[in-house]
Design a protein around this ligand. Structure first.
Ligand SMILES: [Zn+2]
Length: 137
């Protein structure tokens, strides 16, 4: 069984929230790396989707660079994050269909709940979504 709980340092959550607040009309995205199983760094990746209001597609070159850097630092991929400016913090059918990293956590931040940012985490794979209990502290 994969873990169903995950810890995210408040500092990283705040950096993700800052990123989301910088572009409230479009989906933003990035990733979080870990060292020794602990989330350590977050890295922004440009969204190159055609319609960024309700889609994201990570710039493949930037993603490859970020993954290479993670390896160079002897870190591991911990999570991907993206925002839903106009929808709830749950994976869309496309999010589930396009998820290629079953071991990573997919963090989704919603902006739609009356100005309050909400973040939830999921494992996505095989056409399924399973929520991860996030502890932010
Ligand atoms: Zn999404």
């Amino acid at each position: 069984m994969e873990i169903s709980r995950a810890h995210l340092p408040r500092t990283i959550a705040n950096r993700i929230f800052d990123h989301v607040r910088e572009d409230t009309g479009h989906e933003i995205c990035g990733l979080v790396s870990a060292k020794d199983g602990k989330a350590l760094r977050c890295q922004r990746i440009p969204n190159i989707a055609q319609d960024k209001r309700n889609r994201y597609r990570m710039d493949p070159a930037a993603l490859v660079r970020a993954l290479f850097e993670i390896e160079t630092r002897a870190e591991t991929l911990y999570a991907f994050y993206h925002s839903h400016p106009f929808g709830p913090a749950v994976p869309s059918a496309i999010d589930i269909a396009e998820a290629n990293y079953p071991e990573a956590i997919y963090l989704i931040v919603s902006l739609s709940t009356s100005g309050v940012l909400e973040m939830r985490g999921f494992h996505l794979g095989n056409g399924e979504s399973r929520e991860v209990e996030l502890e932010i502290s």
